[in-house]
Each structure stands twice: as C-alpha cells, then as structure tokens.
Design a protein around this ligand. Structure first.
Ligand SMILES: Cc1ncc(COP(=O)(O)O)c(C=O)c1O
Length: 357
C-alpha cells in the first residue's frame, strides 16, 4: 500500500532555483545571472571570521544567535527582543507563516513576487490571496488593502519587488498600513533594499518603530554577499519575533554564518561601496537597454526585469551567449553581475531585437 501523503501538497509549486550555465566547449566564460547573487566574494575580514569559526565545527552553534542578535539590535537601533534570525530570510518567511496562520486563514501578497510566499502559505495550511501587480510591474497597495478581510492572518509587501524591481514609496506604505487592522502583521520584505536609491522609498524600520504590527524582513544573502551561508532576520513586534523563534529549526544558523554576519556588519562601509558599484552598473544596463528601445520598469534592486512574451526563447538565446537568465511567464529577470556579464547581456538584448524585429 502506498504511503499516505498530504494530498493538498501534490500541487505545491516547486521552488525553481536559478539554473547552472550549460557546459561549453568554446572556452567562453559563462555567467549565472538568474539568482540575484552578489558577484563579489566575501571580504578578507569576513573570510577570516569564517576560518576562525570553522575551528569550532565540532560544537553546536549558539541556538539563540545571541551575539548576532545583539549586533543587529545595535546596528538597527531596536530592542534585541524584536530581532529573530533564521537560515536565510526564506526560512524566516516560512517561520512567519507558521507563527501566524491558522488553517484556512489567508495570506495576502503581491503577485508576481517572491516565489516562496505561495509555497510557505500552502505548507502552513493557509490560503494564498495573490494581488496582481500594476501595469507598471509595481506592488498594487490599494488592491492589496482591498484584499484584506477578517480571514487575513498575514500580509507581505515585497519592496523592491522580486522579480520586477520597483519599490513602494513611504507615503504610499503609510496609507496602506493605515488601512490594515492592527492585529494583522504586515511583513515588509526588504531583501534588496540596500540597492534602492529612490529617496522616497518606504522606510520599513521607521514604520516598525511607529506601528504595532509592522515587521521588516532582511537578508545577508544579497548586499552582504553571504548567500551560501544562509542567514537572514526579521525585526518584528516582540510577540511576533518570539513566535518566529519558537517555529525555527533548532540550531539552524551555523556558527560560521553567525560569525560571518557579525563580521559583515563590522565592514559595512566596504560592502556598501560594492553595492554602489552594482547600482551604477544597473543604471548603465537600464540606459543601454532603453537606448535599444526596450520598455522596462526602473529597478531599485540588483536585477532588472524585461517584460517579454517569448521568455523561454529569450532564455535559450541568452544561453547561446553563455548567460543563464531567469524566465518567468510574463518576463525575464536578469541579475546585475560582473561588468563582463552586464556588457554581454546588453549584446544579448541587441541581438534579440535584431532577430525579432
Ligand atoms: C524578496 C526575497 N525575499 C527573501 C529572499 C530569501 O533570501 P535568503 O533566504 O537567501 O535570505 C529572496 C531571495 O531571493 C527574495 O528575493
């Protein structure tokens, strides 16, 4: 007799990780620009912290992440009890769902957006309420507020939005939160916020300080360049942070990850100079594509979004140039990466225009 599995999970969308580039025989360097990774390796000071921490690999990590939480509380000027750490912000996102969803309750989030939202919602026996983006590929806050009901247990606002790039403005987010009942947590997923340059962008931490139900989700994977080490965190109202801790896998965040994250917080100036360089590269690529005639939303993240019909065809075309991009049904997402990869991506787009016009 077959093992009885949860039938509702049979249709769970699989998380599609960025593909590896295909092997090539012509010696052309290949680039995986499909996962929004940081192209810079860890700083020497961070590598030293990793090497030091590795010497204690026979010991369990601190399950409470005491030093990292203290460092985050100091860095963001919040009480330590408001901070919870997890194995990447994707895991913290799952813990936020486990901590708040009761069976059948609803999770409201923009769509298309971060693909973990529907997965975690289903695993926690919640119901996804996906609110379509605006025609400009931005989060539609008015429509999201309209979608909140007495069944809503959690709201995610992804800003800048993955995979499309626009960020929400502060005044708009304030108006939005005014419309959400205070018992419904609003999680502002700021995985890419360090790349944002719009002076009017929403300040999630300021809202967290002012409102009883606002949490901010952050990661060390993107601007801080520690994607492989799996460490992210939420700054949340204390009762929510407490429940996020209760729903964690015990000892999840390794000592290496904790120490590397602390070392990164100590070297932010150098890391953020790299972020500035990536932002300049993003602007250069956006300018070049607009000169080629592409219409794309202005990105505030470390990727850009090309609205397209034949996204699979475009991805196959980019692959012939040694670039692995991330196709979605409505467009293609491309990570801003090494200058060589960005230059080649501009060529890919020009060649596609020539092929299809
Ligand atoms: C919007 C958003 N949130 C959270 C994450 C999770 O990142 P990590 O688990 O590496 O911290 C991602 C990763 O791509 C993301 O795009």
């Amino acid at each position: 007799m077959a093992i009885r599995m949860r039938p509702d999970l049979a249709n769970l969308p699989a998380y599609k990780a960025g593909q590896r580039p295909a092997e090539r025989t012509d010696g052309l360097a290949t680039f995986k620009i499909s996962s929004n990774e940081n192209p810079y390796p860890p700083l020497p000071s961070v590598l030293e912290a990793i090497a030091r921490a590795a010497q204690n690999s026979h010991r369990y990590p601190d399950p409470l992440c005491t030093d990292l939480i203290a460092a985050l509380a100091t860095r963001f000027d919040v009480p330590a009890e408001n901070v919870a750490v997890g194995t990447g912000s994707v895991a913290v996102c799952g813990q936020l769902n486990s901590a708040t969803i009761t069976p059948g309750s609803e999770v409201v989030y923009p769509w298309r957006s971060f693909e973990a939202y529907p997965i975690w919602t289903s695993i926690a026996h919640g119901v996804s309420v996906q609110v379509p983006l605006t025609a400009d590929w931005a989060v539609d806050l008015d429509a999201m507020a309209d979608a909140v009901t007495d069944r809503t247990s959690l709201v995610f606002v992804c800003t800048p939005n993955n995979p499309t790039g626009p960020a929400v403005k502060h005044a708009d987010l304030v108006r939005f939160i005014d419309r959400i009942p205070a018992h419904v947590p609003v999680v502002i997923d700021e995985a890419y916020v360090e790349f944002a340059r719009d002076p009017e962008i929403a300040d999630g931490l300021a809202l967290h300080r002012e409102r009883p139900n606002v949490a901010v989700l952050r990661t060390f994977s993107k601007a801080y360049g520690l994607a492989a080490l799996r460490v992210g965190f939420v700054i949340a109202p204390p009762e929510l942070a407490d429940y996020v801790r209760r729903t964690a896998t015990p000892f999840g965040v390794s000592t290496i990850a904790q120490e590397a994250a602390i070392a990164s917080l100590n070297d932010e100036a150098e890391l953020f100079a790299r972020v500035d360089a990536l932002v300049e590269e993003r602007r250069r690529v956006e300018r070049a594509l607009r000169e080629q005639g592409w219409h794309l939303p202005t990105s505030e993240a470390n990727f850009i979004w090309l609205p397209l019909d034949d996204t699979q065809g475009f991805a196959a075309h980019a692959e012939t140039f040694g670039l692995t991009v991330r196709p979605f049904p409505e467009g293609v997402r491309i990570t801003i990466a090494e200058t060589e990869a960005n230059d080649r991506f501009i060529e890919v787009c020009a060649a596609w225009q020539a092929l299809t016009s």
